[in-house]
Design a protein around this ligand. Structure first.
Ligand code: SF4
Length: 226
C-alpha cells in the first residue's frame, strides 16, 4: 500500500452499513462478470494501526458530487443513482454496440449525464427504448421510462432544436390526415424518404424502391372502397 491512500468516490457509492455488502458484492460480480464473487474488491477499514502488518499511514476519502445532486433533485430520475455499475445494461444495449463507448457510454449514463452536464442532453435521445436494459438490471431501474422523463424535461425547458420541433409538428399533422399524406404524390414522398434516410457514410447506395401507387390507393381499389 502507498503511505498515503486517497480514495475518490461518487456520493452515490455510499451504503448504510458494511453488512449491505452481503447483497451488493455478489450482485455486482454476478451481473458484471458472471462470477459469484469478484477478485477486485478490497475492504479497507482505515489507516494502518500499531499491530497491523501493512496498510497506508494516512487515508483520505473524497466524496465527489460532480452534478449527482442535480440528478437527486429530480423525483423520478434519482432512481438512477441506485445503479451499482455492473455494466449489464451496456452488454445488452444495441445502441452501445453500434455507436461505441465514446458516443454512447451506457444506457444508465444516458439518464444521468444529461442531468449533470447540459452539453450531453443528446444522450437521452440516443435510444430506441427497446427495454433490454430494464429487463436485465439487477436493481430494477426503469431506464426507458427515465429516458422519456429526461426528454420531457428538455422539451418543457424549451431546450429542443427549433427545426426538429417544426419537423415533428408537420409530421404529426400529416400522419393524422390521409388527405395530406396523399396530397404530395408518390414521387414527392419517395424523394422525401430518400433525403430523410440518406446514408451519411455511403453504406446505402440504392435509392428506396417504391411501387407506382401508394399501398393505401392500391388497397382501396382492390377492395373496391370509396
Ligand atoms: S443501470 Fe442496472 S444494469 Fe445498468 S449498470 Fe446500473 S445496475 Fe447495472
Amino acid at each position: 500500500m502507498p503511505k498515503t491512500h486517497i480514495v475518490l468516490a461518487g456520493i452515490d457509492k455510499m451504503l448504510p452499513a458494511l453488512s449491505d455488502l452481503d447483497v451488493f458484492l455478489p450482485l455486482l460480480s454476478t451481473y458484471g462478470t458472471g462470477q459469484t464473487l469478484a477478485t477486485y474488491n478490497n475492504i479497507i477499514s482505515g489507516p494502518k494501526q500499531a499491530d497491523d502488518l501493512d496498510g497506508p499511514e494516512e487515508l483520505y476519502i473524497i466524496l465527489l458530487d460532480n452534478g449527482r445532486s442535480d440528478v437527486l433533485a429530480h423525483d423520478q430520475q434519482r432512481q438512477a443513482l441506485s445503479c451499482i455499475k455492473c455494466g449489464a445494461c451496456q452488454t445488452v444495449c444495441p445502441i452501445y454496440h453500434t455507436a461505441g463507448v465514446s458516443d454512447f457510454p451506457s444506457p444508465i449514463a444516458a439518464v444521468t449525464l444529461p442531468l449533470q452536464h447540459a452539453e450531453m442532453q443528446h444522450l437521452s435521445h440516443t435510444s430506441t427504448l427497446c427495454g433490454s436494459c430494464k429487463d436485465v438490471c439487477p436493481v430494477k431501474i426503469d431506464i426507458p421510462r427515465l429516458l422519456l422523463q429526461n426528454r420531457k424535461l428538455f422539451v418543457d425547458k424549451g431546450l429542443v432544436n427549433r427545426t426538429e420541433k417544426w419537423f415533428y409538428y408537420a409530421w404529426k399533422k400529416a400522419m393524422l390526415k390521409r388527405e395530406i399524406m396523399s396530397w404530395t404524390g408518390i414521387s414527392a414522398r419517395k424523394h422525401i424518404l430518400d433525403s430523410l434516410f440518406k446514408s451519411k457514410d455511403g453504406l446505402r447506395k440504392m435509392p428506396i424502391q417504391s411501387k407506382e401507387k401508394p399501398f393505401n390507393e392500391w388497397y382501396r381499389e382492390k377492395m373496391n372502397y370509396k
